[in-house]
Design a protein around this ligand. Structure first.
Ligand code: IPM
Ligand code: MG
Length: 358
């Protein structure tokens, strides 16, 4: 049965990079019979400009009805002074929470062809392959109460709430356990249990869940500050990391940069039935938007992840990943991953090369 993909280009470099992923999907349709249809919707600043809201009702309706979502990026200087309730980021956060996409998978893989792009020594990062499993619909991002209030002395006070129920912790720990089973059977749960009660509970539930149903998985625990340090010091000690929404936000940027290019890394946000939203890990990069130089590979690889995790099309995903490897082997590089002796290309040329390599 034909599957429907909702394409949400968003802002900044979003439309440019998503266009290349769509090219790749169309090539799979034309040449290999991939049976999907695609619709496009507005989200983020683009949606705010057109409809007055970063997540218009019609986009939300389409997102609920489709089988999978491919998103570019949201946000930009233009919308930074808007009220927080209608900032582009709210479009993304709204999609995550409305669709209950609680499991965010952020792999950090070092492509051997790009070993030089990392700021760490090659021996520290060679062969790096980590999966960060970030809780995405709870924690301090969504906890109530929140806001900015005025104290009796007239001073303002900002406040947010870190909350996790046992069920929220258990389901994300299970996702990490399931993924670890397909990898190297190790999960490191990251918390701040020495200071925050909420993550003391996190640790307790992680232990309980793993002892009960994942006895074959080796579970370890690390405080988030140490985890940040260990990621930079000796990243290969990790297999799967599982953590809260905000810690995952921070650690996944750190892990991504170990690989030298955040422009290479895809991500998946899944609900309990593996319906998902797929997007590059990087943001909308307004500084290079419209220049045709953004790296489309993270978005193209996000499309591959979508084919694998939500659309059950492993073979098509393999084809995309092999094609990306081929263009890297051939020496093609966008400016973010450029190194001496390689051939520098722009966004569209990179997309075309992947299509040609399929
Ligand atoms: C991410 C981004 C988002 C987040 C922003 C754009 C709201 O940084 O996906 O990591 O903080 O989750
Ligand atoms: Mg982030």
């Amino acid at each position: 049965m034909s599957k429907n993909i909702l394409i949400l280009p968003g802002d900044g470099i979003g439309p440019e990079i998503v266009a290349e992923a769509v090219k790749v999907l169309n090539a799979l349709k034309d040449r290999f019979g991939l049976d999907v249809s695609m619709d496009e919707g507005l989200v983020g600043g683009a949606a705010y400009d057109a409809k007055g809201h970063p997540l218009p009702q019609e986009t939300l309706d389409m997102a609920k009805a489709c089988d999978a979502i491919l998103l570019g990026a949201v946000g930009g200087y233009k919308w930074e002074s808007l009220d927080i309730s209608v900032r582009p980021e709210k479009g993304l956060l709204g999609l995550r929470s409305e669709l209950a996409l609680f499991a965010n998978l952020r792999p950090a893989i070092l492509y051997p062809q790009l070993a030089d792009a990392s700021s760490l020594k090659p021996e520290i990062v060679a062969g790096l392959d980590i999966m960060i499993v970030r809780e995405l619909t709870g924690g301090i991002y969504f906890g109530q109460p929140r806001g900015i209030r005025e104290l009796e002395n007239g001073e303002k006070q900002g406040f947010n709430t870190l909350v996790y129920a046992e069920s929220e912790i258990e389901r994300i720990v299970r996702v990490a356990g399931d993924i670890a089973r397909k990898r190297n059977s190790r999960v490191c749960s990251v918390d701040k249990a020495n200071v925050l009660e909420c993550t003391e509970l996190w640790r307790e539930v992680a232990i309980r869940t793993m002892e009960k149903d994942y006895a074959d998985i080796e579970l370890s625990h690390m405080y988030v500050d140490n985890a940040a340090m260990q990621l930079v010091k000796w990243p290969k000690q990790f297999d799967v990391m599982v953590t809260t929404n905000m810690f995952g936000d921070i650690l996944s940027d750190c892990a991504a940069m170990l690989t030298g290019s955040i422009g290479m890394l895809p991500s998946a946000s899944l609900d309990a039935n593996s319906k998902g939203m797929y997007e590059p890990i990087h943001g909308s990069a307004p500084d290079i938007a419209g220049k045709g130089v953004a790296n489309p590979l993270a978005t193209i690889l996000s499309a591959a992840m979508m084919l694998r995790y939500t659309l059950d099309q492993d073979e098509m995903a393999d084809k995309i990943e092999a094609a990306v490897n081929k263009v890297l082997d051939d020496g093609l590089r966008t400016p973010d991953i450029m190194s001496e002796g390689m051939q520098e290309v722009g966004t569209a040329a990179m997309g075309d090369a992947v299509v040609a390599a399929l």
